[in-house]
Each structure stands twice: as C-alpha cells, then as structure tokens.
Design a protein around this ligand. Structure first.
Ligand code: ATP
Ligand code: MG
Length: 366
C-alpha cells in the first residue's frame, strides 16, 4: 500500500461532497461549477448576499433542484440522480412551514408516521426531540399558539426526528427579531453539538454565521468566494470581497510601488500604505483592508503608520463608539473604539490623526 492509499483509507468520508455542481436557468447562472466538501459532524454555513446562489446550492444537496452539471455525494454515496426523499438529508425551511391544523407533536411526528413506525415509538421519539429543542410540555399546542422562535424549534425537531445524517437549514432564523435570533443561534449550536449531526445552514447574516459555524463558505454571484473558520474569515481574509462582506473593514485600492522594505500601496497622492516585502511586483493593482478596531483615532499619531483625517460622524453605541472619518483624498474609513479607551470625545468636523500598526494591514490581490 502506498502512503497515499493508506491516507485515503483513513481519511474520514465527508458528509457532503459537491463536485463541480452548477445551475443555470436558461441564460441565468445561479451557480457556477462549485466544489466543496463538508466534514461529517460539522456545522457548515453558506453565507452571502441576496441572490448569490446559497439556496440553489442547498437545494441541490437536498435533491430539490437538479444540477445542470456536477455530482453530489452524501457520506460517500453518489446521490445526484436520487430524489430528495431517498437522500440521507432533511430540510428546515424558512418561515413557518408547519401544518396549522396539527398539534406540535403531530407536526414533529409527521415524517415518522409516513415511515409507518409503531405508534408508541413515534410518540417517544417525537417527545424526545421536543425536549431536545426545549419544548417539552408544548406537544398539544397548535402552531398559531406558538411564538416565531418556538415554531422554528418545532421545525428543527421535525427535521431532527428523522435521524438523517445531514440537516439542511435555509434561513431558519430570518423571521425572528434580533434578540431571539441571537438566542436561537446559541441553541442551534448547542443542539448540533449534542446530536453530532452535520448541519448545513444558509444565511445572509454575518453575525449568525459567525456564531454557529465551524466553517463558513462565502457565496456571491454564483461563486464560492472563500471558505474558512469564522476566525479565518474575520482575521485573515484572502479575498477583497470577503473583507468587504465580513466584519467592518476599510478597503483601500491602489497600485504597488517599490520593492522589498520600500514596497507600498499608493492609494492617492499623499496617501500610501507601507507593505514591506509585499509578494507582488511594481505596478500591480492591489487592495488592503484594515479592521475598524485596528484603527486608533487620537489628536496625534499613536501607532507606527498614520494619516490626518477629518471626523465625519460619531455614533455612541455604549460599549463601543463608531466614527466615520475622511482620509486626505476624501476616502472614507471606519474606526471603532471601546468608548472608555477614546482619548477624547470626537465630534463631526474635528481634525484628528488615524493610526494603525503595520501588521493590521491585510493585502488582497483579488
Ligand atoms: N427558478 C429560477 N428561475 C430563474 N432564476 C432563478 C430561479 N431560482 C433562482 N434563480 C436565480 O438564481 C440566483 C441565485 O438564487 P438563490 O435563490 O440561490 O440566491 P440566495 O443566495 O439564496 O439569495 P437570498 O439570500 O435572497 O435567498 C438569483 O439570481 C436568482 O434570481
Ligand atoms: Mg435563499
């Protein structure tokens, strides 16, 4: 056995593998050929702007949309030609898709009833799932007697009770208000960890994605732009688009000048960002991003790199304060400081100095 063969034998089979899956609707490309693998037992999030292709991707995994090209494998088995009900997946849809005339317990038990399991087994499994999602005692209620968050939990219990190895969730929290959405994120994560099933969750909400995900795939314009852990996507994004979508980054585009220690990104006359040892040549267009919390605003320079700015507006948010400033050529930048760490209370129209550490600058070549 070669080393590669032995590695292939011990490598765990991904729960979901998409190999070049694509979807066209006539001349509309919903998803360009895209490949990814989702490790078994992980919480995977498809994140991205509206119309990017997230639902299309999820529904191709579910078997609800037939790909124009490519293959889908679930636990190593090619399911591309299997209908949704023959795949080892279950789906949680957006909004309240519960049967209104059925009780909570009947809603949860529905899929098991179709499987013609013994009645007391159906009952005990439905009750077990209701307990898992925090709804023990709600089994006799009807959907209209539940809050939005509770209805969402019933949907989750209805998917979990099927004991499939993959649960697919399309914007499961979109109908909830911000506070409830946050609480439900923590719960979803706990539930996924306790059952150990692979979750694939679609959302356009960055905070939701960061809260639940082991890994995030950013999808936009029918393309998988970048994937990685929440830490990777936030701290060290490779693509300019990722830096623009995740976090609160200031993006600056320019041209590389100089070499080695002298390399710098020239953004405008009088506005240059040092990029010592940038791995690209003179004259190449590039972008940099800096996180809002990596900027410091003060009456004078307090870090190694700085630029004079004018304060445009200031938003006091309690723990932090967000300030929009204008760089010398008029370009906007966003600064977020812990309110208590601000040297003075800035006001719109103030002149100040924006400073940052050279290590805070992330280079994006695409
Ligand atoms: N049945 C269809 N016929 C034609 N175009 C479609 C169809 N379904 C989706 N599309 C197009 O495919 C693209 C991707 O749609 P998709 O629903 O996957 O986006 P999404 O990322 O889920 O967006 P949202 O966050 O708004 O739900 C969009 O441009 C959409 O208009
Ligand atoms: Mg969608």
């Amino acid at each position: 056995m070669t080393v590669q063969e032995s590695a292939a034998r011990t490598r765990p089979v991904p729960a979901v593998e998409a190999e070049g899956i694509a979807k066209n609707y006539g001349s509309v490309t919903a998803l360009k050929p895209t490949s990814f693998a989702i490790p078994a037992g992980s919480y995977f999030v498809l994140l991205g702007p509206s119309g990017g292709g997230k639902t299309t991707t999820l529904r191709m995994i579910a078997g609800l949309i037939r790909p124009t090209g490519g293959r889908v494998r679930i636990n190593g088995a090619d399911v591309t030609d299997l209908p949704a009900d023959r795949r080892d997946t279950s789906m949680v849809f957006q909004g309240a898709a519960l049967f209104p005339h059925m009780t909570v317990e009947q809603n949860v038990a529905y899929g098991l009833t179709l499987r013609r399991l013994p009645r007391d087994r159906i009952r005990s499994e439905a009750l077990e799932m209701l307990k898992l999602v925090g709804l023990a005692g709600f089994e006799r209620r009807r959907p209209h007697e539940l809050s939005g968050g509770q209805q969402q939990r019933v949907q989750l219990a209805r998917a979990l009770v099927l004991k499939t190895s993959v649960i697919l969730l399309d914007e499961p929290l979109a109908a909830l208000d911000a506070q409830l959405r946050r609480d439900m994120c923590f719960e979803l994560k706990h539930i996924q960890e306790s059952v150990g099933i692979t979750f694939v969750h679609v959302t356009h909400n960055q905070e939701e994605a960061m809260t639940v995900a082991d890994e995030i795939a950013l999808i936009a314009d029918g393309e998988l732009v970048e994937r990685g852990t929440p830490e990777h996507m936030y701290e060290t994004p490779e693509r300019r688009f990722t830096a623009g979508f995740i976090g609160e980054n200031t993006l600056l585009d320019g041209i590389i000048h100089g070499h080695g220690q002298e390399a710098r990104l020239v953004i405008a006359e009088g506005l240059e960002i040092p990029l010592p040892n940038a791995p690209v040549g003179e004259g190449r267009p590039a972008s940099v991003s800096i996180k809002s919390e990596d900027f410091r605003l003060a009456p004078e320079a307090v870090d190694a790199v700085s630029a004079p700015v004018e304060v445009v507006d200031v938003f006091y948010l309690g723990f932090s304060t967000v300030m929009h400033v204008r760089l010398p050529d008029g370009r906007p930048a966003t600064v977020r400081s812990t309110t208590g760490a601000l040297p003075t209370r800035f006001r719109s129209g103030d002149r100040a100095v924006l400073s940052w550490r050279p290590e805070a600058v992330r280079l994006h070549l695409a």
